[in-house]
Design a protein around this ligand. Structure first.
Ligand SMILES: *Cc1c(COP(=O)(O)O)cnc(C)c1O
Length: 398
């Protein structure tokens, strides 16, 4: 009815692609032996290190997020070895499943009710593992299904306090380029991400950063799947093909270059601040809706809320009805309630990457219109509250 015009897809990935990224990809196929491509790849790996806050190595795969789960595991664990998965939602289970498929033993600890992974629990568990059976701790910085963000630096401190030698592997697919992240300063051994969320580039590139302890774990393995082996990819000595074990995904590289140019120009601190303020605007609106009826954010503690995705419990089947209304009537696609029973009670807002204040205020006002049209019980003042967050942040001292 009112959906003509440019649609907005506010799902938690693939995220909105900047015009500069799309334009960079719109060109003929290059000669893959052109030395300029090698220079492009070197510039990308340098900026990917900058983004993740690491001086260590990065391997780039033609792959999605699921694939880098397998890539990372293949380089640090042999079949029969054990990893501990700290779960705050659906994606931890996916990673655990991937590990089981490789013959890795999994111990999975669930943190429920929108709570982050508990460093105190981790310290106790590792202290009890005096034989050092747990070789790696796997955790999502943000679980995209729940919007729970765990404190990776605190988890590392817990591991150190326990005096345990396990590696810390962090899935940052939903959070990198949105949330503060400091791989080296926080003591993260392996970081995973993919191109289509905070990195604003089409799906298809999987990224794995690894530090010296992870590199040593790779070197102790008898063999690593030829394709997933990160060593030749991170230290190619024989041309572009070695970065990818074959033909390079040239157009993705052009797109990623444009995305990283945008990120370099804005700066990490400014990117993180923009995401934080836009997230707070969303929380203010949901809090106002929740003053009447059952609408609420999954994560009670604001410190454990993602700045990139928000999972909202609407109740009944309101999540699904709202999603259909905003999509069909107003041109706004919201995320589904992933891994929920019933899924229809939930919806998610993706606010990662190429998003600004007008997009978020438009998203919230469209949801408000949907709630009114559907006669769903909700509190008033949501849009004023969200606008107030942005207005105040715009005048605050930097
Ligand atoms: C999106 C996502 C994945 C999976 O990525 P795909 O590219 O869909 O395979 C894994 N982990 C997290 C935290 C994600 O948000």
């Amino acid at each position: 009815m009112f959906a003509a015009g440019r649609p907005h897809v506010a799902i938690p990935g693939p995220s909105v692609m900047p015009d500069a990224v799309l334009a960079a990809m719109h060109r003929p196929a290059p000669d893959i032996y052109d030395p300029a491509l090698l220079g492009l790849m070197e510039s990308l790996t340098a900026d990917l290190r900058w983004l993740a806050g690491t001086a260590h190595e990065v391997a780039v795969y033609i792959a999605n997020g699921h694939a880098v789960w397998e890539a990372a595991l293949s380089n640090i664990l042999a079949p029969g070895e054990t990893a501990l998965v700290l779960s705050t939602g659906h994606f931890a289970h996916g990673w655990a499943d991937m590990a089981r498929g490789l013959g890795i033993g999994i111990e999975l600890q669930e943190f429920t009710g929108g709570a982050p992974a508990d460093p105190g629990w981790l310290e106790e568990r590792l202290r009890a593992d005096s034989g050092g059976h747990i070789r790696a701790v796997l955790v999502c910085q943000t679980d995209t299904a729940t919007g729970v963000r765990s404190d990776l630096a605190a988890l590392r401190r817990a591991m150190d306090a326990a005096g345990h030698g396990a590696l810390l592997a962090a899935d940052c697919v939903a959070s990198l380029g949105c949330e503060p992240f400091e791989m080296d300063a926080w003591g993260v051994d392996i970081t995973l991400s993919a191109s289509q969320k905070g990195l604003m580039t089409p799906p298809g590139l999987g990224l794995v950063w690894f530090g010296p302890r992870a590199a040593a774990a790779r070197d102790r393995l008898d063999g690593v799947s030829r394709y997933w082996d990160w060593r030749p990819r991170a230290r190619p000595d024989d041309g572009l093909w070695q970065y990818f074990d074959g033909t390079a995904p040239t157009h993705h590289l052009y797109g990623l270059r444009a995305a990283l140019d945008l990120m370099r120009a804005e700066g990490r601190a400014a990117i993180w601040h923009r995401h934080a303020v836009l997230a707070q605007a969303i929380w203010a609106a949901v809090d106002a809706w929740g003053t009447a009826g059952g609408i609420r954010i999954e994560v009670p503690d604001r410190a454990a809320r993602s700045h990139a995705v928000t999972a909202i419990h609407a109740g009944g089947d309101l999540g699904e009805r709202l999603r259909l209304w905003t999509r069909d009537i107003a041109g706004l696609t919201l995320g589904v309630g992933l891994g929920r029973d019933p899924q229809s009670a939930w919806f998610r807002i993706g606010h990662m990457g190429h998003v600004n204040a007008q997009m978020i205020l438009g998203t919230l006002a469209t949801i408000e219109a949907g709630l009114q049209a559907l006669n769903a019980p909700h509190g008033t003042g949501a849009i004023e509250a969200a606008a107030g967050v942005i207005a105040r942040a715009s005048t605050a001292a930097p």
